[in-house]
Design a protein around this ligand. Structure first.
Ligand code: DC
Length: 233
């Protein structure tokens, strides 16, 4: 019987190089790629666009099943649409970033999005890299390889600022303010009741503070190949 397609879970806070690493690893190994943060952002964008009070969990829960969120899983050109509209730009804006922790803390939202994530992973016949906060612990606890990326708050804030300047097209944002916002969002993501950000017991922690993207990608690709080799032998 053929081995089941490899599933790689990459968790950790933002600014650790999670997205760049996940996409590059998927591209190198010919796997699909899923950015689960983008799905929570898409849900948040829909709530804001429809004037839902995101500070009211009951209001959010009542309409969470309404938007149709679709993720394209090509690591070279990932896409995200809500009810058919491309939202890849707006979901990176400050309004969504400021509201996403509140929306993603609502248990009904997590249940729906988790279901969606599991169905995408199950349909990826060639294997998949899934990045997020709770993938190794909650969404795909049977993943073949689990990675938890970390980095110092300073390194993460510097990367996030550079990323924002690139995406938004504006001047580099204030690193100190970005650091503060990151630390606040991490505390909310790690402290919430419904599946908080967490490192699985069997996850391999990689501190990316002093590593280049290429070094992190090499490390993760090596771990996946080692795992695949073990499964074959
Ligand atoms: O990775 P990101 O910054 O795009 O994620 C946006 C938010 O979504 C983040 O504040 C935490 C939340 N999130 C989550 O709760 N669970 C996931 N699997 C992925 C993201």
């Amino acid at each position: 019987m053929a081995a089941h397609p490899v599933i790689v879970a990459i968790d950790g806070p933002s600014g650790t190089g999670k997205s760049s690493t996940s996409r590059a690893v998927a591209a190198r190994l010919g796997l699909s790629y899923l950015d689960t943060g983008a799905q929570y952002r898409a849900m948040t964008w829909w709530m804001l666009t429809n004037d839902i009070d995101v500070s009211d969990p009951a209001a959010v829960a009542a309409v969470a099943a309404k938007p149709s969120i679709v993720s394209g899983t090509d690591p070279l050109a990932p896409t995200i649409t809500v009810d058919g509209a491309d939202v890849s730009g707006p979901i990176r804006g400050p309004e969504v970033t400021g509201a996403v922790s509140a929306v993603s803390a609502v248990p009904e939202v997590r249940a729906l999005v988790t279901e969606l994530q599991r169905s995408i992973a199950a349909a990826a016949s060639g294997g998949i890299v899934v990045e997020g906060r709770d993938i190794g612990v909650v969404v795909l606890p049977a993943a073949d390889v689990k990675i938890f990326l970390t980095a110092s708050p300073e390194a993460r804030a510097a990367r996030r600022s550079a990323e924002l300047a690139g995406v938004v097209g504006g001047p580099a944002t204030d690193v100190a303010r970005t650091r503060e916002a990151l630390v606040r969002r991490d505390a909310a993501d790690a402290g919430r009741k419904a599946s908080p950000m967490a490192k699985a017991d069997d996850a391999i922690e990689v501190d990316t503070t002093d590593l280049s993207l290429e070094q992190v990608v090499e490390c993760v690709v090596g771990l996946v190949e080692e795992r695949r080799g073990r499964r074959r032998s």
